[in-house]
Write a protein that binds this ligand. Structure first.
Ligand SMILES: C[S@@+](CC[C@H](N)C(=O)[O-])C[C@H]1O[C@@H](n2cnc3c(N)ncnc32)[C@H](O)[C@@H]1O
Length: 208
């Protein structure tokens, strides 16, 4: 499913003392969490933990996973600094033993899984949500490629098939009730690797 080159890329990125995407939470996530009652949340592809740690400081019971053990190390370091705790697993989703229908929220912030598995991962992840549970999603859209070419500092996948379209997300989260789903140009100032103008899709949706 993932190869060593992909894994090394993320571990190398996270090995340094600086946080690749900063230590502050993503703005969209922060705004959406404000309207929810804290519960049990799963942060997928959570990297160095900026979002998971923020949620934990807001009273959420936080679970996270990623393929990168360097990401986990940095996330636990950030959690300790903020005096919160996280249940953070390293591995690939099919090997992780999460209980079906056990989470109140699923958080996908720049969770750019490789194209060959992204839809399958979404479909596995939705099974972990309780009925009435919500998905909070923000990631680069296919139109982002032009922004990335103009300014590589904004980051994101270099291949169109690794980026998202509204249609594919509506398909992956079929049966959910969408509060909204939009594609927008935004300004990103997140650490070293998300700097500049980008194009994202974001949504909040509830499992029926
Ligand atoms: C752009 S980073 C985003 C990190 C974090 N969500 C954030 O916003 O700060 C993408 C993350 O996806 C993780 N990732 C890539 N493929 C994965 C997979 N198959 N399973 C779990 N995590 C994966 C990488 O290790 C990396 O941490």
């Amino acid at each position: 499913m993932i190869n060593d080159e992909w894994l090394n890329r993320w571990n190398d990125r996270y090995r340094h003392s600086e946080y690749a995407y900063g230590v502050d939470p993503n703005n969209f996530l922060k705004d959406q969490l404000r309207v929810l009652e804290p519960g049990k949340a799963l942060f997928a592809a959570e990297g160095e933990g900026r979002n998971a740690v923020f949620a934990a400081t807001q009273g959420w019971d936080v679970y996270a996973f990623d393929i990168s053990d360097e990401g986990r190390r940095k996330a636990l370091q950030l959690a300790e600094k903020n005096q919160v705790s996280l249940e953070y697993l390293v591995g690939q989703l099919p090997d992780l033993d999460y209980q079906a229908a056990s989470f109140d929220a699923l958080i996908l912030i720049f969770a750019h899984f490789p194209a060959s598995i992204k839809s399958e991962y979404h479909q596995k992840l939705v099974k972990l949500l309780k009925p009435g549970g919500v998905v909070i999603f923000e990631a680069y859209s296919k139109d982002h490629l032009a922004f990335r070419t103009a300014n590589p500092a904004v980051g994101g996948p270099a291949n169109i098939e690794d980026l998202f379209s509204i249609e594919e997300l509506q398909h992956d989260f079929e049966g959910f009730s969408f509060d909204f789903i939009t594609e927008e140009m935004i300004q990103l100032h997140e650490g070293l690797y998300h700097q500049g103008t980008g194009c994202v899709i974001h949504f909040m949706a509830k499992k029926q």
